[in-house]
Ligand binder design. Structure first.
Ligand code: LMR
Length: 388
């Protein structure tokens, strides 16, 4: 059997993590994988998470199975975080806990494949590389449309709209809820409104990947567009990750939310999600979701989490400002949100930066702005200035 296998290319980001880890140079600068770093370059366990974990250790008296939907209270407590306190569509909302946002994406595309294997998935180019791998693995077809104007380093919104007007009814549009990965270019609220109009007119199914809530402009601000869209459409999927906004990366904590037409379809969707879960991972890991649930249940922990998240968001914005102040080459970063931005560098320049300056960034030129610290910003800017 194994002699028939073909060797698979390594995932570029995972490869980068390994390369950076192996580099023993003390001055290395890791702006590769998307993890938040503090001023010392550490990715801390958030204070509220630590407190919730301690509480969990004391209170938890069994490790028995929870079931395919995972921690249901975790899921229910996330609903107002995503959809707002005044959300009223519970009777048509299904969903469950997943292993990270990736697990949620896998379930989303499985569900779409089960409902309509001929649906094309439209995505703005570029998108998170793993999106395309997951879509391909489910057997669905993906089609890119222009999204990012490389010269202007901003969204080409007219091109996005024009393209959407051409797609066939029943197709799927994959959108980033906020803090676009890899470009950092988010739709304005007015653009979300215009998109919502086309999506609802054309009867498209939006899949919103929400992996960075709170790291753009704030918890509420970052989902204003998503909430607007959710009120204009009959069907919608949100894939959620707690990796970044709860700093739970390795705990694999996420959720899928599916809005369907009515209570009847909700039941069918939920049964499909459960069936799909069962064949993938059967039941999701508990620890991260239990910690998030404890935070969302407890006012003091919630406030602590929000305060720390706001500070993280401000650190990222501060880094964007410092870069733009240092060199106008970085000025477009001021219009972008969240951890990422794409620098217009060639593969040779990116390689040179790695070899000569121990600077690690994704092969696309994507940098994780949150990876820079007060100590590394200056050498980073100087190295870029040299290479350009
Ligand atoms: C990233 O884009 O850097 C993160 O989402 C990590 C990953 O799994 O790719």
């Amino acid at each position: 059997v194994f002699s028939n296998l073909k060797s698979q290319p390594a995932d570029a980001l995972l490869e980068l993590i390994a390369l950076c880890r192996e580099d023993t140079r003390e001055n290395k600068i890791d702006v590769g994988v998307g993890v938040f770093c503090d001023d010392q370059g550490h990715t801390p366990v958030m204070r509220a998470v630590k407190a919730a974990e301690i509480q969990l250790i004391h209170e938890q008296n069994t490790k028995s199975y929870l079931g395919s939907a995972g921690d249901i209270e975790f899921f229910l407590r996330l609903i107002p975080v995503v959809f707002g306190n005044d959300f009223k569509d519970h009777e048509r909302l299904s969903g469950l806990q997943t292993p990270g946002g990736t697990g949620a994406l896998r379930l989303a595309f499985d569900l779409i494949h089960a409902g309509n294997p001929n649906a094309d998935i439209h995505y703005g180019n570029p998108t998170w590389v793993n999106h395309l791998q997951i879509i391909a693995n489910t057997g669905l077809n993906s089609i890119s449309h222009p999204f990012y104007n490389r010269e202007k380093r901003q969204i080409d919104f007219d091109a996005v709209l024009d393209d959407l007007k051409q797609v066939k009814r029943g197709d799927v549009i994959l959108l980033h809820g906020c803090c676009h990965n890899p470009t950092g270019c988010d739709f304005t609220f007015d653009q979300w409104k215009a998109l919502s109009e086309v999506i609802s007119q054309k009867g498209l199914l939006p899949v919103i990947d929400l992996a960075y809530q709170g790291l753009g402009d704030g918890l509420e601000e970052d989902v204003a567009g998503l909430r607007w869209l959710s009120q204009q459409v009959d069907e919608m999927i949100v894939t959620y990750s707690c990796d970044k906004n709860f700093g739970l990366y390795r705990e694999r904590t996420g959720a899928i939310f599916v809005l369907s037409q009515n209570a009847e379809s909700r039941k069918i969707v939920q049964s499909n999600l459960i069936a799909s879960t069962r064949t993938h991972w059967s039941m999701p890991p508990d620890h991260g979701a239990a910690a998030v649930r404890i935070i969302l249940e407890n006012e003091a922990l919630y406030d602590s989490w929000q305060t720390e998240l706001n500070a993280m968001q401000q650190r990222i914005s501060g880094n964007r400002q410092s870069l733009a102040k240092a060199d106008s080459y970085f000025a477009p970063l001021l219009q972008q949100k969240g951890m990422f931005s794409i620098l217009p560098l060639s593969p040779e320049q990116i390689k040179k930066l790695r070899i000569e300056n121990a600077i690690y960034m994704a092969p696309s030129g994507r940098i994780n702005v949150a990876g820079l610290t007060p100590t590394t910003i200056d050498p980073f800017v100087k190295a870029i200035q040299k290479v350009i």
